[in-house]
Design a binder for this molecule. Structure first.
Ligand code: XMP
Length: 510
């Protein structure tokens, strides 16, 4: 594997994504974590950082722990840090170099740079400049404005080479960045590119068998991609000793409970479907504060799940569909901290059940979860589903919840999603759903005056839900959705389309 030491750059996860695209297994570690340099570690990459190496509070790492012992690639801050620590000189430049630059390669046959064009476009984003290289290092590429765009330890100076680059190879504007990373991994580190969905399944099934032994595991399915893929992996490892619970909280999409339950059973999963609509809706009726809604749903979910899990024998483990972005210890400018996803609705579950946790997707990014799911034979119907919030329609019926409002929201959403699917737009957008506003307005139906609710349509394009743009759905599609909702769903007389980006808006309205 390759270890990426994170110094807090916004691009650190992108480095990991690029390596994974090359079928290379890698892990992101905070810069402050001691690296266990066992033989599985084939190379180390030092990320960029919002800090300057000249800052007093610049993030520090003990280079002696790995320099010369495994191949190293320093990127941006990583490159400046290594230059400075090994005896070179880094200075603050008076302007920040930001954007595309043309780099000229001086050593075209070098292990890191071979195969790249002799002039190649790279992406720069730095304020400091390397003025003097440490002894035993040499320049391998430059641009018009910076003499040291890339440098390396001289052949034989260290047992394992040290490479440093001032630009960001992980950003697509560095047109040959991926080729450079591939050279680093394969030619400099001799790290195999054999980490594929198939190999992941094989390795993970073996590990799960070993870890779980003869015990049984309980897992809560949500209908979403992550919990479904986690279940399939566990099922491959321990068969019917995986017991799944799928709870209908009354806030799912129209007919979703029945449809998804049938798909799960078709996949051979041992699933118990639990209808708990009333438990949830009784407690939610007339509640309007979003955070209170989330708390109630989290608590009732734990109660219902606990009751069901207690009826199962020999359960020692709780399976969860946690994925890599949820567990990466992120480095912030305020020092290292663990990011806790604010949307963790059932965070209290493990403690309450007193079970050990098994998270088979803990090291995977979302797109990898989908690829592993496909490898395991999950149908596209499940793999390509849009994200859906844990509290479901409770946070899409704005304001006070009633059963009737949930039903209106379900009906409108059903029409909306079906038209997206029929028109081919469902797969082109990242997430879509209908939101029932607590606003009544006047309309006319035939000769009658109506005073009914409004539906807001939300559809966004996004990579990870952290930022999002509203989808540019064609007007004809919007027109079709609007008239079908207003004609068919009695109680709704107005449809609007949300054209806000995140930030500053969010994807959900609550
Ligand atoms: P926001 O509204 O924060 O949503 O822009 C980002 C993504 O998170 C989902 N979301 C939730 N997921 N529990 C969840 O499991 C929640 O409480 C929750 N709130 C928002 C949202 O659907 C989007 O995909």
């Amino acid at each position: 594997k390759i270890i990426i030491l994170d110094f807090g750059s916004q691009y650190t996860q992108l480095i990991a994504r690029r390596l994974r695209e090359l079928n290379v297994y890698c892990e992101i570690h905070p810069f402050s974590k001691t690296i266990d340099l066992d033989e599985s570690v084939k190379g180390i990459i030092l990320s960029g950082s919002p800090f300057s190496v000249k800052d007093e509070s610049a993030l520090q790492v003990n280079l002696d722990a790995f320099i010369g012992k495994v191949p190293v690639l320093g990127v941006c801050y990583g490159a400046q840090y290594i230059a400075q620590k090994l005896g070179g000189d880094v200075v603050r430049s008076d302007h920040r170099e930001y954007g595309k630059a043309m780099m000229s390669i001086d050593r075209t046959k070098d292990d890191l740079l071979h195969g790249l064009g002799s002039h190649t476009q790279v992406w720069m984003s730095h304020g400091d400049t390397i003025k003097v290289l440490p002894d035993s290092f040499e320049i391998i590429a430059h641009t018009d404005s910076i003499p040291v765009a890339a440098y390396r330890s001289k052949e034989g100076a260290y047992a394992k080479p040290i490479y440093c680059i001032q630009f960001h190879p992980e950003v697509t504007h560095s047109l040959e960045g991926k080729a450079l990373l591939k050279n680093f991994v394969t030619d400099v580190c001799n790290c195999p590119c054999d980490w594929t969905p198939a190999s992941y399944v094989e390795q993970s099934v073996a590990e799960l068998k070993e870890k779980i032994g003869d015990d049984s595991v309980v897992l809560g399915l949500s209908g979403g991609v992550d919990s479904s893929v986690a279940a399939m992996l566990l099922h491959r490892a321990i068969g019917d000793r995986l017991k799944c619970i799928f709870i209908d909280n009354g806030l799912l999409r129209k007919d979703e409970f029945e449809e998804v339950l049938v798909s799960y059973e078709g996949l051979g999963l041992n699933v118990k479907g639990v209808r708990a609509n009333d438990e949830f809706l009784d407690e939610l009726t007339d509640v309007s504060d979003p955070e209170t809604k989330r708390k109630i749903i989290g608590r009732v979910f734990i109660e219902v799940f606990d009751k069901e899990a207690k009826q199962l024998d020999n359960i020692k483990w709780l399976g969860q569909g946690t994925i890599y972005p949820d567990v990466i210890e992120s480095v912030s400018v305020h020092g290292p901290s663990v990011t806790i996803k604010s949307h963790h609705n059932v965070g209290g579950l493990p403690a309450k059940l007193n079970l050990q946790i098994v998270e088979p997707l803990r090291m995977l990014f979302k797109d990898e979860v989908r690829r592993v799911g496909a490898e395991l034979g999950l149908p596209n119907y499940i793999l390509s589903r849009h994200p859906f919030p844990g509290p479901g329609l409770a946070i899409r019926v704005l304001g006070a919840i009633t059963r009737e409002k949930v039903r209106l929201c379900q009906e409108a959403d059903h029409i909306y999603i079906n038209i997206l699917k029929e028109s081919g737009w469902y797969d082109k957008v990242w997430q879509a759903g209908a939101i029932l506003l607590p606003v009544q307005s006047v309309g006319v139906m035939g000769d009658e005056r109506t005073y009914e609710f409004t539906i807001a349509l939300r559809s966004v394009n996004s990579v990870d839900g952290m930022t999002a743009e509203w989808s540019k759905l064609p007007h004809e599609i919007l027109a079709q959705i609007s008239s079908e909702i207003i004609n068919k769903v009695k109680g709704i007389n107005r449809v609007v389309y949300d054209i806000s980006t995140k930030p500053p808006a969010t994807i959900e309205w609550e």
